[in-house]
Design a protein around this ligand. Structure first.
Ligand code: NDP
Length: 230
C-alpha cells in the first residue's frame, strides 16, 4: 500500500463504480466518490462539462492534495441503430465517455506528476470499444477512443512510474444493461462463452489488482473481463 492512498473513482454512486469504490475502501485506500445526480458522493460534477470538472477537481487537489489513483468509470450509453441515431445521442455519448477522459484527467495529471507520485490511472472502457457492437456506433467510438488515449498517455507517463491501463468489461449486471429487452437476453448470453453476465465485483477485482503495488510494471494494456467474449 503506497503512503498516499487517495483514489478518485468517478461514477461511484452505483453499478461498477460503486463496487470498485467499496472494494478499494475495504483494502484501505482513501476513496473519494463521485456522481453527477446521486446525492451520496463526495464530489459532484458532470464529466462532460469541462469547466465544472476543472473547478471541482482543482479545488479538491488544492484542499486535499493530489491523487495516487484515478479510476475513470463514469459513463453513459445511448444505443440506436446507426441510421436511426439522433445527433443528441451521438453527442451525449462522445461528450461524456470520451471528452470525460480529458476533462477529468487534465486537472489531475500534473499535480500527480509534480508530487512525484508513482500513481495509477485506470479507465473503464468496454468490449464494445474493442470489437464494435451493433447499435452502439457512438459508444464503440467513445470507448475505442478511450483505449487510444490510454495507450498514448501511458507512454507519456511511463518514465514517471505512473501506469495507465484500460479495463474492458463485457456485459455486467448493472442498471446500464436494463435497456436490453428481456427477449434479447438469451441471445446476448449466447455470445458469451461462459453463458452468464459478469458481476460488478469481478470488474472491481481487476481494478484492485491494477491499483496494487504488484501491478507496477503493467502499463499501456487493455484488460478484457468478459467471460471469454473476445
Ligand atoms: P451505471 O449507469 O450503473 O452508473 C453510471 C455511473 O456514472 C453513475 O455513478 C452515474 O452517476 C455516473 N455518471 C453518468 N453520467 C455521468 C456524467 N455525465 N458525469 C458524471 N457522472 C456520470 O453504469 P455501469 O456501472 O453499468 O457502468 C460503469 C462504467 O462501465 C461505464 O463507463 C460503462 O460504460 C462501463 N461498462 C459497463 C458495462 C455494463 O455491462 N454495465 C459493460 C462495459 C463497460 P449518477 O448516479 O449521479 O447518475
Amino acid at each position: 500500500m503506497p503512503a498516499n492512498k487517495r483514489v478518485l473513482v468517478t461514477g461511484s454512486s452505483r453499478g461498477i463504480g460503486k463496487a470498485i469504490a467499496d472494494r478499494l475502501k475495504e483494502e484501505g485506500y482513501e476513496v473519494v466518490t463521485h456522481a453527477v445526480k446521486s446525492p451520496d458522493a463526495d464530489l459532484h460534477f458532470d464529466i462532460a462539462n469541462r469547466e465544472e470538472a476543472k473547478r471541482v477537481l482543482e479545488e479538491e487537489v488544492e484542499k486535499n492534495g493530489p491523487f495516487f489513483g484515478i479510476v475513470l468509470n463514469a459513463g453513459v450509453n445511448a444505443d440506436n441503430a446507426f441510421p436511426a441515431m439522433e445527433d443528441h445521442e451521438w453527442d451525449r455519448v462522445i461528450d461524456t465517455d470520451l471528452d470525460g477522459f480529458y476533462n477529468v484527467l487534465k486537472p489531475l495529471v500534473m499535480p500527480m506528476v509534480s508530487a512525484r507520485i508513482r500513481g495509477r490511472i485506470i479507465a473503464i472502457s468496454s468490449v464494445s470499444g474493442v470489437v464494435g457492437n451493433r447499435g452502439q456506433v457512438n459508444y464503440s467510438a467513445a470507448k475505442a477512443g478511450m483505449i487510444g488515449a490510454v495507450k498514448a498517455l501511458s507512454v507519456e507517463l511511463a518514465r514517471r512510474g505512473i501506469t495507465v491501463n484500460a479495463v474492458a468489461p463485457g456485459v455486467i449486471e448493472t442498471e446500464m444493461i436494463d435497456s436490453i429487452i428481456p427477449e434479447a437476453i438469451d441471445e446476448v448470453k449466447k455470445a458469451i462463452p461462459m453463458r452468464r453476465f459478469g458481476k460488478a465485483e469481478e470488474i472491481a477485482a481487476t481494478v484492485s489488482f491494477l491499483m496494487s503495488e504488484g501491478a507496477a510494471y503493467i502499463t499501456r494494456q487493455v484488460i478484457n473481463v468478459n467471460g471469454g467474449m473476445v
